[in-house]
Design a protein around this ligand. Sequence first.
Ligand code: E4P
Length: 214
Amino acid sequence: MKFFIDTADVNEIREAHELGLVDGVTTNPSLIAKSGRKFEDVIKEITGIVDGPISAEVVSLEHDGMIREAEELAKIHKNIVVKLPMTPEGLKACATLTKEGIKTNVTLIFTPMQALLAAKAGATYVSPFVGRLDDISQDGMGIIDEIKTIFDNYGYTAEIIVASVRNPVHVLDAALIGADIATIPFSVMLQLAKHPLTDAGIERFLKDWEKVPK
Ligand code: E4P
């Protein structure tokens, strides 16, 4: 299973990368705004840290604008994946960019049918948002299971990025379902590594080590 890190904070990306956990990076306009830096500067810096797919999102709402933005983003680095919104215009842009050989990540997916449409339009990645569905009392993980079944039924090669991950259980469920990727906030990556019995075990070993004759 691949882990992407869901952040535009280059310090977090560096730290997670040093842990050997990062296969790719996803950003979005809100995360870029949170970084307080220029979009292109952040994306360029990320390409120097991680050698894997780096999603950068367009903000135009119509096809031609999306294509203009996408082509500029794709020039930054070979690893750039253009993130497009799950709208009819986004699908049209996805089809155009796929023909041009530019990789795409169709984002803001909330139903299995939206994922199927994105796959049909040629998306390289589809990003269903589990946390935001949970927030409105819907079963976020349920749609991951359904998308996986549909893609397997028909042999779609689009990779499923489980997005809007809020806790370690989301990652566990994504792994059990067999999703290709989870894009994970750094804080959740650290939570995944922690267990109170690990900490207690280290403490006991160190205490016992003091009794070993030196
Ligand atoms: C995915 O690519 C998005 O950046 C992200 O997972 C959205 O998560 P949120 O719902 O926590 O904002």
